[in-house]
Design a protein around this ligand. Structure first.
Ligand code: 5GP
Length: 194
C-alpha cells in the first residue's frame, strides 16, 4: 500500500534491534485519514471472506481495526492485556510473549463477544515473530469460531511471524512488508534500499 509505505519512509524511524518506531501515525499519534484507507485496503483484500467480526489486541491494533470493522459494518472486539475489574470469569484467555516488552502477558476476551458462527478477521499493527497473532487465533479457536484471515499493517519480513502463521494454515495479508532495517535504512520487500 503506497500511502502507508510513504508514511513509514517519511515519518518512521529505526530503533535498535530491528524495531521500527511509527508513533507519528500509528502507535501514539494517529493519522486518521491514513487509518481510513488502511481499513478500506483490509476490506478489499478480505472481500471474499464473509467476515462477521474483527478481533485485535489493545491498544495499537484498535485504530486500523476500527476502520476495517466500520467499513465491513461488523463489531470490533479487542483483547485486553489486563483483565478489567468489571470483567466476569466468563472469558477466553491466551498467553503471548511480547516482542517489544520482552515479557509474557495473558490476553483476555469475554465469551459474550465471540460465537461458533463467527468468521473472524484478526488485525494487528505489527507482525514480528507471530506471537500476538497466534494468541488471537487461539482465542478464536477456543470459541469454536473460524479465522477468516490475519491482516497486518506492517510486517517485518526478516522475522519468522509470517512463516509460523502460514505453517498453522492461516492466511496473512500485510499492507507493508519490510525486508530489512539494517544500518537504520528501511528497505521494503521487492524494493531497492531508500
Ligand atoms: P509478534 O507477536 O509478532 O512477535 O510481535 C507483534 C507485536 O509486537 C505487535 O502487536 C506490536 O505491538 C509489537 N511489535 C513488534 N515489532 C514491532 C516494531 O518493530 N515496532 C513496534 N512499534 N511494535 C512492534
Amino acid at each position: 500500500m503506497e500511502q502507508l509505505k510513504r508514511a513509514i519512509e517519511e515519518r518512521g524511524s529505526v530503533l535498535t534491534e530491528g524495531v521500527l518506531k511509527v508513533d507519528q501515525f500509528l502507535n501514539h499519534q494517529i493519522d486518521t485519514s491514513l487509518m481510513i484507507n488502511i481499513g478500506k485496503e483490509f476490506v478489499r483484500r478480505f472481500d471474499d471472506c464473509k467476515i462477521t467480526r474483527v478481533l485485535t489486541i489493545e491498544s495499537s491494533g484498535i485504530a486500523p481495526s476500527f476502520m476495517a470493522a466500520n467499513e465491513l459494518n461488523v463489531p470490533l472486539v479487542f483483547a485486553r492485556k489486563k483483565k478489567s475489574l468489571t470483567m466476569s470469569d466468563n472469558v477466553y484467555t491466551s498467553s503471548i510473549y511480547s516482542f517489544t516488552k520482552q515479557e509474557t502477558n495473558e490476553i483476555t476476551v469475554s465469551k459474550n463477544f465471540l460465537s461458533p458462527k463467527d468468521h473472524v478477521l484478526i488485525i494487528d499493527d505489527f507482525l514480528a515473530n507471530g506471537h500476538a497473532a497466534l494468541g488471537l487465533t487461539d482465542i478464536v479457536e477456543q470459541a469454536g469460531a473460524t479465522v477468516a484471515g490475519i491482516g497486518i499493517v506492517i510486517e517485518k519480513s526478516f522475522q519468522d511471524g509470517r512463516k509460523t502463521i502460514e505453517e498453522e494454515g492461516y492466511r496473512v495479508e500485510s499492507l507493508a512488508r519490510i525486508q530489512s532495517l539494517h544500518d537504520s535504512k528501511i528497505t521494503f520487500l521487492n524494493d531497492l534500499p531508500i
